[in-house]
Design a protein around this ligand. Structure first.
Ligand SMILES: Cc1cc2nc3c(=O)[nH]c(=O)nc-3n(C[C@H](O)[C@H](O)[C@H](O)COP(=O)(O)OP(=O)(O)OC[C@H]3O[C@@H](n4cnc5c(N)ncnc54)[C@H](O)[C@@H]3O)c2cc1C
Ligand SMILES: NC(=O)c1ccc[n+]([C@@H]2O[C@H](COP(=O)([O-])OP(=O)(O)OC[C@H]3O[C@@H](n4cnc5c(N)ncnc54)[C@H](O)[C@@H]3O)[C@@H](O)[C@H]2O)c1
Length: 466
């Protein structure tokens, strides 16, 4: 067999690349995977998902935040948090994930190439390594899984060590006293919460009228108020006009407000990593944010070239990147397996508190003209909620008024990103009130909230009918 020819070439080793490669290899295909960075795992393992979630956990631990409302317990930050305190657990978790990925690729006999991949022609990929040497390999199918990078608006002096994006923040050298977060999206709000509970004065400037625009409005309002209660200040409908980094950082906002933050985190979106891929040589088109266009099979304009993950744009999540790549490979090799993505996807926001949702929001149901009834259950009426000291969380279910089929699930509070999967499964199975009424849940658990939110919805529906 020609050692430079493969059934599949994958470019990128993030969640999309790893899972796409493993899927095809599992079904007997010969697979090459190219990675340009010294470490495997992309943004998910190295700069994004896992590092930020691990830092969140560390911040919760160091601040004693989770124990804030336990009766009679008074834990506040016991000592000045050092950068080592803050980063050391993240470094362990990241290292373990890199080892796991390498092990997974080896078990699947995926051949790993180190260097930057780019198209020479339709089926030939050049791999240029850091020492300048070049290798060329050929593939029947190519999966573009190159991910995305932080968008860096030119007004920010990123060469200044006090000005960060979501990649460079992992190299921070000392804790600033105050921080301006630009962009109240997911990344901005997640980092704002972590730094705020560590005692840093955080201001978030967001050009729109609310933070994390994709959330149900009631959950978003509760999140905003809980973030404000940990000291975060929001400046909505505003953005940064100019930044001057001298002895102090002088920031001028469009509204005329002047700020002097100790540091800036710019989190105003990401761009696809497509600039050096030579996509024009195969007729694959990208938009102004470097995003590749694909059809429902994750196929680009070149029929043998597939793309998955951040490089194809929204929702740009590790969770969806993995699934898209698996589905893309099933379609590419006609594997008679899972050829479509799940019709409903979950979203998890690891703010403090965390939020999660699946399915419709009240706003989307109103727009579609669908009659619905809301059912709510709050953590402060739940035994487990009392035990863990979360008295602000709540579960909100949206049912079709006609037949009480579940249409949407929304949660804010501890374990929201885990709890959502009960509702997600019900949504995918087209189930509703009956399922939550019939099921016996462990006690005491937060999952029980599903039953009480359902009772609440049934009560409201009965009241509407009177
Ligand atoms: C701060 C932050 C927090 C996040 N939190 C979450 C979360 O909680 N949950 C969630 O689901 N998602 C989260 N995400 C999003 C998630 O990290 C991404 O959606 C996911 O990593 C995308 O996977 P991917 O495989 O498409 O790309 P990536 O993970 O970016 O991997 C792409 C890989 O391709 C490599 N590459 C690029 N170009 C080339 C080339 N020419 N040749 C060879 N290799 C190349 C890169 O070096 C990289 O290793 C977060 C992101 C950030 C930034
Ligand atoms: N928990 C998770 O699932 C998770 C966590 C972090 C990141 N991510 C992924 O990473 C992606 C990128 O995250 P992000 O937060 O950088 O992008 P985003 O698109 O989610 O949010 C960017 C925010 O910045 C605002 N903005 C843009 N330009 C601005 C300006 N000049 N001034 C003020 N505000 C401005 C936008 O209105 C938006 O609200 C997300 O879309 C998501 O897919 C997911």
């Amino acid at each position: 067999m020609d050692s430079s020819k493969f059934d599949l070439i994958v470019i990128g080793s993030g969640p999309a690349g790893e899972k796409g490669a493993a899927q095809a290899a599992y079904f007997g295909k010969s697979v090459a995977l190219i990675e340009k960075e010294p470490e495997l795992g992309g943004a998910a393992a190295n700069t994004g998902t896992l590092p930020s979630k691990t830092l969140r956990e560390t911040a919760l631990f160091l601040s004693g935040f989770r124990n804030r409302d336990l009766s009679g317990v008074n834990l506040s930050i016991k000592h000045q948090v050092t950068i080592r305190d803050f980063l050391v657990h993240e470094q362990h978790v990241t290292q373990e994930e890199r080892v796991r990925i390498l092990d997974n690729l080896s078990r699947h006999h995926v051949q790993l190439f180190r260097g930057t991949g780019s198209f020479v022609d339709a089926h030939t990929i050049s791999i240029r390594s850091n020492d300048g040497s070049e290798t060329r390999i050929q593939g029947d199918v190519v999966l573009i899984a190159v991910g995305s990078s932080p968008f860096r608006p030119p007004i920010y002096p990123f060469e200044d060590p006090r000005v960060w994006d979501s990649d460079t923040i992992l190299q921070l050298q000392h804790m600033p006293k105050s921080m301006l977060v630009v962009g109240g999206g997911v990344i901005g709000c997640e980092y704002a919460c972590m730094f705020a509970i560590l005692g840093i004065e955080v201001t978030v400037v967001e050009q729109r009228g609310r933070a994390v625009g994709s959330l149900d409005a009631e959950i978003a309002a509760s999140l905003q108020s809980q973030m404000e209660s940990i000291g975060i200040r929001f400046l909505f409908n505003d953005s940064v006009e100019s930044v001057h980094a001298g002895e102090e950082i002088d920031v001028q906002l469009k509204s005329g407000l002047a700020l002097k933050p100790g540091a800036i985190l710019v989190s105003s979106g990401r761009n696809g990593n497509t600039h050096d891929l030579g996509l024009d040589r195969v007729g694959v088109v990208v938009n102004e944010r470097g995003v590749v266009n694909v059809n429902a099979r994750y196929q680009t304009e070149a029929p043998h070239v597939y793309a998955a993950g951040d490089v194809i744009g929204s929702p740009a999540l590790a969770s969806t990147a993995m699934e898209q790549a698996r589905v893309a490979m099933v379609n590419a090799f006609d594997l008679k397996y899972k050829s479509d993505m799940a019709v409903i996807l979950p979203y998890g926001i690891y703010t403090i508190p965390e939020c999660s949702m699946a399915g419709e929001t009240e706003e989307s149901l109103k727009k579609k003209g669908i009659d619905y009834v809301v059912g709510k259950a709050t953590y402060d009426t739940n035994a487990r909620g009392h035990i863990i000291g979360d008295d602000k969380g709540f579960l909100k279910l949206l049912f079709a008024t006609e037949d009480m089929r579940l249409l949407g699930v929304h949660i804010i509070g501890e374990q929201a990103t885990e709890l959502v999967h009960v509702g997600l499964t019900a949504l995918l199975l087209k189930q509703g009130a009956d399922l939550f009424i019939q099921t016996c849940y462990n006690y005491p658990t937060l999952t029980e909230l599903y039953k009480y939110a359902t009772y609440d919805a049934l009560g409201r529906r009965a009241a509407q009918k009177k």
